[in-house]
Design a protein around this ligand. Structure first.
Ligand code: ADP
Ligand code: ZN
Length: 661
């Protein structure tokens, strides 16, 4: 696949020019210069001179006084004068001689003399060696410039020479990676989600016979360096299929139309080699939605490329075992057309590693490095909260370089610490690493959400609590599973949601005696919920059953926009008062509960600080133990039998996936 011989087959026709770019260049230039000379070149001054003066057989430089003499003695017939030069032709019995001399500045005696002797004279424009040369070189320079510009671009974008243009096929190479899932450490959830794809690529026949529809496109979402590329390669490696890798941005910097042509070739090649994987890194470069890319006059090239990509994905049937994996760290800017069914209708989140994940990644990268006895990878993992896999790989390499520089035989823990320090200093600006103080604040904040969710009736159960930053905005998160597939909420459930949202900030205040900016979004959402209860759902006494706002589906059906309706100043004031007061009441209540459960919170924070990710079950068992210890009546709200069954089903599905592996 993609070996040099398969490349050669594709371009027999212009082999010669491909192999001899210099000769091509020379031929091309000569042709251009000849054309240039024919159409433009006759304007050159030296040509004009020889034309007007006829073809002189001899040129002779003479003095000015000799020229005056020649004129007086009628030995010259024609004279041309410029600012600095005078040329005269003498034609005696067919023997032409061209005399040249320097003009004398300010001398006006020549013209009366010429008039008197009836000798024709004209002026001519100066031509010195420089302008002469320049006249010749200019077309050359232009050609060279154009040539180098395009050659450079083509080389950069396609890894080939200029004449590989329109013949992009040979430049799309595939490989068969040796990467396995074991090389991708820590990303358990993401790996489980792509397992099915491996199975499909390995045994496409099974699925085709069943008539099953297999996803064509999977979007790998995650920040830089978290291992999206690595995971994609591992899928190809596990399935032992060819891996076609391109970067979204490489489609864009080329001429209009080339990007689309390249997409076509890419899919053609991948289908020929099916089962296979196409990996598009940085898909946002082509897949940016028109709104997100701004109205900068549109980008034809990008749009054409995107349309071609969509057409290709729609084009092959569900039974063609080609899977397109694409990576992005900004899924929100992607054109929604990309996410439609049959395209990238699946998203796999590749998160930054938690504590155990970092230990695993360090273990993978430490292979082949000679270690001193004092190495403690868990300690390194502890110091690197918030860093991605790529950063950890760098740290190990840096440590090995440091050890090498000081001529040591093994890498010590001291080298590791120094490498960590360097990495963190390098990353400080991007603030990707969470410092211990922040980590503590976030741990309390998230524990506050989690505990409130578990002891409040009507709140959604916790499925995961994390203090690993996801994206740039969120420092941590608490995932809740809805009790049922819900399209409707009861009043007490909305209040429960408000409580859970307030829980984060309340925990900061109760346990840290200080509040951070981290709760901003929570408060906004809590306020919005209460506002909707008043304005939309008729759930307060302020407006009673009167709906103050109309809900309107936005044009594309994404989210609802609201048009404010007229309502009185008085209601508006009352509403503000109601929102403020209920937020206060609920906040106080939440704080009270957190204080009551402070022991449980402390345990949760300790565990979270250590492991960075904990499950809903962890949260529940901590609360249960705490309640038992203190002889408290259990506030843990019950999970309905119905849900328990569903959860069991989920668990068995995960187990089944693992068996596949
Ligand atoms: P992304 O595509 O998400 O930007 P990459 O897959 O290119 O990140 O990761 C860069 C490098 O970081 C990988 O080649 C690998 O060495 C290392 N790396 C990242 N994540 C992991 C991981 N989970 N396990 C092992 N190595 C990792
Ligand atoms: Zn919060």
């Amino acid at each position: 696949m993609g070996t040099p011989d398969s490349n050669d087959k594709n371009n027999n026709n212009n082999n010669f020019f491909n192999k001899n770019p210099l000769i091509t260049f020379v031929i091309f230039s000569i042709v251009v210069i000849v054309i240039f000379k024919i159409f433009v070149g006759s304007g050159s001054s030296s040509n004009m001179l020889s034309q007007s003066l006829g073809s002189a057989q001899k040129t002779e430089a003479i003095t000015y006084s000799r020229l005056l003499n020649l004129i007086k003695t009628k030995q010259v017939q024609k004279v041309e004068i410029s600012n600095t030069m005078i040329k005269a032709v003498s034609d005696q019995n067919g023997a032409k001689i061209l005399y040249t001399t320097r003009a004398i500045p300010g001398d006006n005696s020549l013209y009366p003399l010429l008039n008197k002797e009836h000798i024709t004279y004209t002026g001519f424009s100066e031509s010195n060696w420089f302008t002469e040369m320049f006249g010749w070189m200019l077309p050359f320079l232009i050609i060279m410039g154009i040539w180098m510009f395009f050659a450079g671009r083509m080389q950069k974008n396609m890894g080939g020479g200029i004449l590989g243009m329109g013949n992009s096929k040979k430049l799309i190479n595939s490989e068969k990676p040796n990467t396995k899932f074991d090389d991708v450490a820590g990303a358990q959830e993401a790996k489980e989600e792509v397992l099915e794809i491996v199975d499909f690529l390995k045994y496409p026949g099974r699925y085709v016979e069943l008539g099953a529809k297999i996803p064509k496109g999977v979007l790998l979402v995650g920040g830089p360096g978290v291992g999206k590329t690595l995971l994609a390669r591992a899928v190809a490696g596990e399935a032992e299929v060819p891996f076609f890798s391109v970067s979204g941005s490489s489609f864009i910097e080329m001429f209009v139309g080339v990007g689309a042509a390249r997409v076509r070739d890419l899919f053609e090649q991948a289908k020929k080699d099916a089962p296979s994987i196409i990996f598009i890194d940085e898909i946002d470069a082509i897949g940016k939605s028109r709104a997100a890319s701004g109205m900068m006059g549109g980008n034809d090239e990008r749009e054409q490329t995107l349309n071609q990509l969509l057409a290709e994905m729609d084009g092959f049937g569900a039974n063609v075992p080609v899977i397109v994996l694409a990576a992005t760290n900004r899924p929100e800017v992607l054109d929604s057309a990309l996410m439609r069914p049959g395209r990238f209708d699946r998203q796999v989140l590749v998160d930054k590693p938690d504590f155990e994940g970092r230990v695993e990644i360090l273990k993978v990268h430490i292979k082949g490095v000679k270690l001193a006895d004092d190495i403690d990878l868990r300690e390194v993992a502890r110091l690197t909260a918030g860093l991605a896999g790529a950063d950890l790989a760098n740290i190990i390499n840096e440590a090995a370089l440091l050890a090498g520089r000081s001529n040591k035989k093994t890498v010590s823990q001291g080298d590791m610490y120094e490498a960590v320090e360097r990495a963190i200093a390098g990353l400080a600006k991007k603030s990707r690493r969470i410092n211990p103080k922040e980590k503590k604040i976030v741990a309390y904040h998230e524990s506050g959400h989690a505990l409130t969710a578990e002891i409040t009736k009507g709140a959604k159960k916790v499925s995961k609590v994390s203090i690993v930053p996801r994206g740039l905005a969120a420092l941590g998160y608490t995932l809740n599973t809805p009790e049922e597939n819900k399209f409707m909420a009861q009043k007490h459930e909305l209040w429960a949601e408000v409580d859970v949202l307030l829980g984060g900030r309340a925990a900061e205040e109760v346990f840290l005696k200080e509040i951070s900016t981290g709760a901003g979004n929570d408060l906004e959402r809590a306020t919005d919920i209460i506002k909707s209860m008043v304005q939309l759902y008729g759930m307060s006494d302020v407006a009673g059953l009167m709906v103050l706002e109309k809900q309107r589906q936005s044009f594309l059906g994404q989210g609802a926009t609201q048009t404010p309706r007229e309502f009185s100043e008085k209601i508006s004031e009352e509403m503000d008062e109601f929102i403020k007061q209920s937020l206060n009441e609920h906040y106080e209540m939440v704080k009270e509960n957190l204080t009551l459960y402070s022991g449980a919170i402390e345990n949760m924070v300790a565990l979270l600080y250590d492991k960075e990710n904990i499950t809903g079950d962890d949260v529940r068992s901590i609360i249960e133990a705490f309640e038992k210890e203190n002889g408290m009546p259990s506030k843990l709200s019950e999970v309905s039998d119905n849900i328990k069954d569903e959860l069991k089903e989920d668990a068995s599905m995960v187990k089944h996936d693992k068996e596949l592996k």
